[in-house]
Design a protein around this ligand. Sequence first.
Ligand SMILES: [Zn+2]
Length: 256
Amino acid sequence: MRPFVLVRDAAVIVAIILLIGIAREWHEWWWILVMLGIYLFILAMGALFIRLNFFIQSRNHGARNAQQIALSFDDGPASFTSEILEVLKKEAVPAAFFSIGKHAEAAPDMVKRWHDEGHIIGNHSYEHGFGFDWKNRNKMAEEISRTNAYLKQIIGRAPRLFRPPFGVTNPELSHAVNLTQMQTVGWSLRSFDTSSRNADALLKKLLKKVRGGDIILLHDNVAYTASILTAFIQGCREKGYTFVRLDKLLGVDAYA
Ligand SMILES: [Zn+2]
């Protein structure tokens, strides 16, 4: 059972007790507001942090006792995808690219290149709009299916791995993921590369934080990410880590 279901059911019980208590004047009415605030806070944390597996059971890391790690790049094909692919080829590192459907449609050659060069492709919604998380389950499922259908046209196989836009999850997305039979994938090391303002600091932070089993979240639309990639890969290897492809790290099938 998902933590969300437990929290929701507990909230209903607490609300009933509070209402009875108010009717019998055991306590003041504003306790309802306090408890509602706590409930909404827990829901917000559950929505924002995919690693909590609050609404959806995601795969967020591999075995912690092995020295294996996996790279994942979101939002492409984008401006630095080609540069990143060059580095990955040179370093012989297989990666996962979570593609936004409309970006894939704009750059089918890059999608083909991902596939041909031994990387796996995941689904990262079609629009990746800020409104995604406010959509109902059918609209979300539509975005996922549309992206899958297009990727299948290019590479011949439909992705099974889905990474929610912004890593935000909610009950509707949980239904959409079930409807489309996708496996949700999160991360265990978030680079925050999209908001980074200093390549050296980004590199140091990543090398300091990395540990066995990590799924590392990067973006192929960030210049810094492309510029530190070689140093990051070499730095991880010096620390004894081996890069494996995400599907191998998790022991799952990347495609349906
Ligand atoms: Zn994204």
